[in-house]
Design a protein around this ligand. Structure first.
Ligand SMILES: [Zn+2]
Length: 235
């Protein structure tokens, strides 16, 4: 048997698994941005909030106009065009993140509805669905709206793209980075991987043989329904 082949026990115990989070960072128009698939389990407002009362503008939920529908009739919210605006408060309202979604956090500055609608116009979320460069032309209207509104932050959860976070103040951005709960994040990914591997094993079952694996030089017994051992079957 090749030395590199794990036993099933080692595989299920994640003996070969290492947590290697990825993150991209940058700056643009005076904002600090990051995006990371691994930070999709983090709520930025849990880690850093404006020092003054703030409002949440939900700009996207599942589809363009979805946030107005989801939040529009919730207490403390009202629909605003395709969007939904929360009341100003010191703590965030409950946010739904079960689908692609995006939020602008507007702090103590004053906004009237007409100003918001005029500025946001056909505001599109450039980062929810594709790994678009922040400098890409299609992101221009987005950054123009951000530069005009100067929100405390913007964040979006893309099911395929992870968390995108854009913050106005460097101190707040650094505070967010310092407070990232890496232990919790790693545990979440470890638990997911563990569950995935156990499900694989439940699907393929034990190496019962009696024949050996069909891969040359492998002397492990084959699975019940596949002519390979478990590790070669999932490779
Ligand atoms: Zn094998």
């Amino acid at each position: 048997m090749p030395q590199s082949l794990l036993t099933i026990q080692q595989y299920l115990a994640l003996a070969d698994w290492r947590f290697a989070p990825t993150m991209e960072e940058g700056q643009r128009d005076g904002f600090y941005w990051l995006r990371s698939m691994h930070l999709v389990v983090v709520d930025p407002l849990d880690l850093v909030r404006p020092a003054v009362p703030f409002a949440v503008l939900a700009t996207y939920f599942d589809w363009h106009g979805g946030s107005a529908q989801v939040y529009g009739h919730e207490p403390g919210w009202r629909a605003l065009g395709h969007f939904a605006l929360s009341e100003t408060a010191a703590v965030p309202p409950r946010l739904y993140t079960e689908a692609d979604c995006a939020f602008l956090i507007l702090d103590a500055q004053k906004y009237d509805d007409d100003h918001l609608i005029a500025t946001l116009g056909d505001f599109e979320e450039p980062y929810l669905f594709e790994p678009v460069s922040p400098d890409a032309p299609q992101a221009m209207p987005f950054w123009q709206a951000l530069s005009t509104l100067r929100p405390f932050c913007y964040f979006s959860y893309g099911l395929s793209q992870g968390l995108t976070l854009i913050m106005r103040e460097h101190d707040d951005y650094m505070r967010f980075m310092d407070r990232l709960p890496w232990d919790m994040i790693e545990k979440t990914y470890r638990d997911d991987e563990c569950k995935k591997r156990r499900e694989e094993f439940e699907l393929f079952g034990p190496e019962l043989g009696p024949e050996v694996c069909s891969v040359p030089d492998c002397d492990r017994l084959r699975l019940k329904n596949i002519f390979k051992c478990f590790m070669h079957a999932i490779a």
